[in-house]
Write a protein that binds this ligand. Structure first.
Ligand SMILES: Nc1ncnc2c1ncn2[C@@H]1O[C@H](COP(=O)(O)OP(=O)(O)OP(=O)(O)O)[C@@H](O)[C@H]1O
Length: 230
């Protein structure tokens, strides 16, 4: 079953065409890596799915719900981890978790169990009452990551998942992404760490200057890059 459909999407910023009539879809429970050089348009795809970036033409739907028809119902199906942590300076870490839990309709019990598990895993259980300004960049990234992992959504968007995380946190996040996918969440992620995503992504989409140049099974891509470096 297809979760995400991205059909004929064109994005222009000023006079520049950033995405040129892009088409792709994501199957339920699949992990797909968006690959491409700096400026290829990977983050723009994420922001356009989120509705942060306006599209000039095309359709985006999740489980048949069109972004242009019922935005709030559409948006509730997505959790997003942006490249740079995007936290509110007036809320503590715990208040961020509560805000996410409430907006995705988690019960108090579910929220508390998940917060306890994830904050312990990411070793920030003693930071619950801290405000973003007193957290390190990696800790802010962990808070943002936990917010996105709290709900069970149809689609998770993750821009550079391992950036700013230490080795343990990166390994934990990789496993959490795999578990989410096993439970039916489709994952779209961007990464420059091709070796790492090659270990667990199902397929890849390669972008160059706003155009898809190649799509395929991750195993084939990993094999290709392995051979080209031998
Ligand atoms: N707000 C903006 N104003 C003008 N141009 C923009 C804006 N945001 C992105 N762009 C342009 O859109 C293109 C795609 O940028 P995008 O951030 O999507 O690339 P990316 O593939 O995510 O790159 P990276 O790997 O460096 O994160 C780039 O040429 C960039 O300069």
């Amino acid at each position: 079953m297809e979760t995400l459909k991205f059909e004929g999407v064109r994005v222009e910023i000023g006079k520049n065409t950033i995405l040129q009539d892009i088409d792709f879809s994501l199957e339920q429970g699949n992990i797909v890596a968006l690959i491409g050089h700096n400026g290829a348009g990977k983050s723009t795809i994420m922001k356009t799915i989120m509705g942060w970036q306006e599209k000039k033409q095309g359709n985006i739907s999740i489980n048949g719900i069109n972004q242009d028809d019922s935005f709030l119902t559409y948006k509730k199906q997505i959790a997003y981890i942006p490249e740079e942590p995007f936290l509110l300076s007036e809320l503590t870490a715990m208040q961020h978790f509560q805000l996410y839990g409430q907006s995705y309709g988690l019960s108090e019990q579910q929220l508390n169990q998940r917060v306890e598990h994830l904050t312990r895993l990411f070793e920030i259980e003693d930071k619950l009452n801290e405000y973003p300004e007193s957290l390190s960049k990696g800790m802010r990234q962990k808070v943002q990551t936990i917010c996105a992992l709290l709900p069970d959504v149809a689609l998770m968007l993750i821009d550079e998942p391992f950036m700013g995380l230490d080795v343990h946190a990166a390994a934990d996040l990789q496993q959490l992404i795999i578990d989410k996918a096993k439970n039916g969440t489709s994952i779209l992620l961007t990464s420059h760490q091709l070796d790492r995503v090659g270990e667990f992504a199902d397929s890849y989409i390669m972008l160059h200057k706003g155009v898809i140049t190649e799509k395929g099974i991750m195993k084939d891509f990993a094999e290709l890059t392995r051979r080209s470096t031998e």
